[in-house]
Design a protein around this ligand. Structure first.
Ligand code: AVI
Length: 335
């Protein structure tokens, strides 16, 4: 069901952000998806379930950890190369911010890149309201919208947005969130983003990608000394308990991060500390001591491989900026 409404209550403020909620929580479908993964021979869950209210706050804390420099390196790259980037990106574009959250990253760029419109996309418009209201005070003349949709399974841009076919689009996907897809899933997703760029010339995708580095550094980035990432991972069990009515006990599990060199990815797992029986309405699973639930992949890329992936997804040309140590890359891929 598509529900669209404009939050304008005051006719004097016709530029107030528009909010459109597409995603509707379907508890039976969510439980079915989770139980399918939890009962698989190698149990797994989608990383999207890491982000309940507490999980989102823990992730924000992760971005401040000394071991997790990804967010800071990307922000530094954006600052250092903003002037050069601005010569490649189209002015007056509609910026579509995927996984916008607090809209902070895009907020720093909209003025510099002379955006013509801003569309923040996240699972729920409730996450976007205060951020967009604040951004609206900063850029009162910039038309803005918030769209609540689960784009991990495909990006839908609602017709209620009335995107103009001749306005170029900048799809903005920072933070190396693409790394949470396997390369096969990433290709499917990037093809969808290519389509979502529309037909106006100069449209494209601005995307941040974390690069391969030393395994011990990568493992530490996903298993910090303070235990914030462990809390982020373990909190998933409490979220699952609420979603499927299971009885996971956090203390029965430990967080693991390991670099899988063959697949070029950091894997997060929750490992049973001893034999554990987990029950939920209508089912149960026994986990042997040491057995794991695979909770996240964070794929790390080589610049040349990611460039090839963008080309396979249909993007015509790419430009890349990276830091001196080649820890992180920002790509501008023209549709
Ligand atoms: C959101 N995503 C890009 C983060 C990452 O690095 O894969 C999530 C994360 N998981 C553990 N730490 C951070």
């Amino acid at each position: 069901m598509v529900t669209g409404w404009c939050s304008c209550t005051n006719m004097a403020d016709m530029t107030a952000p528009q909010f459109i909620q597409l995603y509707q929580h379907d508890s039976a479908a969510v439980a079915q998806e989770l139980l399918h993964g939890l009962t698989a021979p190698q149990a797994f869950t989608s990383p999207k379930y890491l982000y309940d209210a507490l999980g989102s706050r823990l992730f924000e804390a992760i971005t401040e950890l000394p071991e997790y420099d990804l967010t800071r390196t990307e922000a530094q790259l954006m600052r250092t190369h903003a002037a050069d980037m601005a010569t490649h990106l189209p002015p007056g574009a509609c910026w579509i911010d995927l996984g916008a959250g607090n809209c902070e990253k895009a907020g720093r760029l909209l003025g510099r890149f002379h955006a013509g419109r801003y569309v923040a996309v996240d699972i729920s418009v409730d996450f976007l309201r205060s951020a967009l209201d604040a951004l609206h005070r900063q850029y009162p003349d910039l038309p803005m919208a918030g769209v609540g949709t689960d784009f991990s399974d495909g990006l839908q841009l609602p017709t209620a947005l009335a995107l103009h076919p001749s306005q170029p689009r900048v799809l903005f996907y920072p933070g190396s969130s693409i790394g949470n897809f396997t390369p096969e899933q990433a290709l499917v997703f990037l093809r969808q983003l290519h389509l979502a760029c529309g037909t106006a010339p100069h449209s494209g995708l601005l995307i941040g990608v974390d690069l391969i580095k030393d395994a011990s550094e990568l493992e530490a980035a996903y298993d910090d000394a303070l235990g914030v990432t462990a809390a982020f991972d373990l909190n998933l069990l409490l979220h699952i308990n609420r979603l499927v009515g299971s009885d996971f006990e956090v203390r029965d599990w430990r967080h693991l991060s390991r670099f899988n060199a063959a697949q070029s990815r950091v894997e997060m797992h929750l490992q049973a500390r001893h034999a554990v029986k987990v029950q939920w309405p209508g089912g149960e699973r026994h986990f042997a001591a040491g057995e794991t639930i695979h909770t996240e992949n964070a794929c790390k890329w080589r610049i040349s491989d990611f460039d090839a992936l963008l080309q396979s997804a249909g993007f015509a040309s790419t430009r890349v900026w990276t830091d001196a140590a080649k820890r992180f890359a920002v790509f501008w891929a023209v549709a």
